[in-house]
Write a protein that binds this ligand. Structure first.
Ligand code: TXA
Ligand code: MG
Length: 322
């Protein structure tokens, strides 16, 4: 990243403006987390309803005490093990953390991302950067700078281009504000890795868990209707049309008769599948097809995060959603 661009980005953040930047998960739409007016601009640009909390990104775990009122031992262990990395910790907020960031809750989401551009920006800026994914509310998270520009256009003052994201889906979120750590959103770092590190089981989300917009049923969705189907159903569905009008994401190549369909062959390793997922959904959504058919991934634990995003994409699909 050229120094001049980094300087410009920091000046914009200091002036309360929006800077989109790459992380290892997805691109974030960043604003000075200590400036409620700047954070308000994020909501406007995304078309996101107010009072949804946003994650505060930090340049190092040493900044935690400025944002968290208390750092439970489990949170400390997870931060040591997985930061910088695709893990967000929900902690009791420190006094003075703006309501605009926490959505008025008594907790704050914190993460040190593992991307050289994000870390350079955070360390040069010095403060926390509030950043949700840099997409319109409810839509597919961007994993390239071009996707950010397509989503947000002039609503963002600067887009830092750090190339395609290596993880490709949003961070794992663990709520460490209660008695037992709880998984709020599955991600690249899996539940069993967290449990192995902590030496205790962690809870799944409960009704009393704090609100997390990435956990709404309809999220990460294309505009084109999307169905999750097994391979037989997929082949049945396109039998009479030779796949015309359909965009398909499947694990195997098409049978010879389906020459008309846009057919993307998905990688069969979960990390590769995740890295390409949002790019693939964008491509299918932009292809002009009337229906996106996605072959259901395996149900084994390494696929949990991908399955979660696909289920939400299917639920939130179509122009009226969310
Ligand atoms: O990988 C990621 O986490 C990306 C990159 C940019 O860091 N960010 C991201 O942000 O996915 P967003 O806003 O699209 O999703 C953040 C999630 C939301 O579900 C939000 O509600 C939740 O984190 N969250 C943030 N603060 C919270 C809090 N105090 N309590 C509960 N959930 C919180
Ligand atoms: Mg998001």
């Amino acid at each position: 990243m050229a120094d001049a661009l980094l300087t410009r980005a920091v000046e914009l953040l200091q002036a309360g403006r929006l800077v989109a930047f790459p992380t290892e998960t997805v691109y974030g739409l960043g604003a000075d987390a200590a400036n409620p007016v700047a954070v308000g601009r994020i909501f406007q640009a995304k078309g996101r309803p107010p009072r949804h909390p946003v994650i505060v990104h930090l340049g190092s775990a040493a900044q935690l005490p400025q944002w968290a009122q208390r750092i439970p031992p489990a949170a400390r262990q997870l931060a040591e093990a997985f930061w910088p990395g695709p893990l967000t910790l929900i902690l009791p907020r420190a006094p003075g953390v703006p309501d605009a960031v926490t959505g008025g809750q008594e907790t704050v989401g914190l993460r040190v991302p593992a991307h050289p551009v994000a870390l350079a920006l955070l360390q040069t800026f010095g403060g926390g950067i509030a950043a949700p994914s840099a997409n319109r509310f409810g839509r597919i998270s961007p994993t390239t700078a071009d996707a950010v520009r397509a989503e947000l256009g002039d609503a963002v003052d600067l887009v830092l281009d750090g190339g395609p994201c290596s993880v490709g889906i949003e961070s794992t979120i663990v709520d460490c504000s209660g008695e037992i750590p709880a998984l709020l959103r599955p991600g690249h770092i899996r539940q069993e890795q967290l449990e192995e590190r902590l030496g205790i089981p962690i809870a799944s989300p409960s009704g009393s868990s704090p609100r997390a917009s990435g956990t709404l049923a309809t999220h990460y969705a294309p505009l084109t209707p999307l169905l999750l189907v097994d391979r037989n159903t997929l082949l049945q569905r396109i039998k009479f049309t030779a796949g015309r009008d359909c965009g398909i994401l499947a694990f195997a190549p098409p049978p010879p008769e389906f020459t008309e369909a846009l057919w993307i062959i998905a990688p069969d390793a979960p990390a590769d599948y995740a890295r390409q997922l949002y790019g693939n959904l964008r491509r299918l959504d932009g292809s002009g097809c009337r229906l996106i058919l996605v072959e259901i991934p395996p149900s084994a634990p390494p696929w949990t995060a991908v399955a979660d995003r696909l289920a939400r994409a299917a639920a939130g699909t179509g122009p009226e959603a969310p």
